[in-house]
Write a protein that binds this ligand. Sequence first.
Ligand code: AMP
Length: 280
Amino acid sequence: MLVFFEVNTLNTWLQDQKKSGASIGFVPTMGALHAGHISLIEASHSGNDITVCSIFVNPTQFNDPVDLEKYPRTYEADCELLIKGHCDVLFYPGVGEIYPDDSIDVKIDLGGLDIMMEGMHRPGHFKGVVQVVHRLLDIVKPNRLYMGQKDFQQFTIIDHMIKELNLPVELVVCPILRESHGLAMSSRNERLSTQGREEAAEIFKVLSKSNTLRHAMSPQQIKQKLFADLNHDPFKPEYVEIVDRFTLQPIDRWPEKGTPVICAAVWLEGVRLIDNIILN
Ligand code: AMP
């Protein structure tokens, strides 16, 4: 696996590959990689000639400086996983490479996709996400971009940005990888104690009830019930929301058409965990 630290050297290398007709798959990450990330790398590897992964803990998407500081950084272990997952190129830039000056900004109307759920609880978060993904796409210019369903609102907003700005890239969304007991894999799980990781499985268990409950209850009733089910020690739920899969607008009644998604953010041991399930 090649590792690039600078935009210029990566650009030169990628241009040569593109000239010879190679297709590029791109997986942006913040590192502390796990099997969920590697599933994106593998999806890219099977669909493209070259797979580029970036590791960049983007300061502009953290509204909480403590969260930014505590974000796990595990470069060597990440490289090992990437090599096993057949990643061809790692882009590992410093902040100065990504944000050389104030001109790195994206003016785009997110059409209200960013105001609820994560957007409401993490002010400025999606502005930072849009800014960094746009910048990385501009650097790598991939044919395909791979993102996880785990961050449902994030990939929906990036999909919107790609369409609004007519960017020449195909977004591929990959399913959530979970631990055997159901906890969605996340770099933040590293910060949980062994007991916390076991307890965290309850989040998925509780959200999964919605597929059965929806035959007897309204979305509003389910939201309230599942919030209450999670609202006990050691958990502190921030939100449980049922939204339309595409508009991300909260729904009051079950639609005849369209697909609802249940999304939640829950605090456990000072760690903020998110999860979602597309309801069938
Ligand atoms: P992050 O490093 O948290 O920014 O995540 C990088 C990418 O990996 C994002 O597109 C995430 O949605 C995706 N991802 C994170 N966790 C998982 C998971 N458990 N399963 C699949 N994809 C994931």
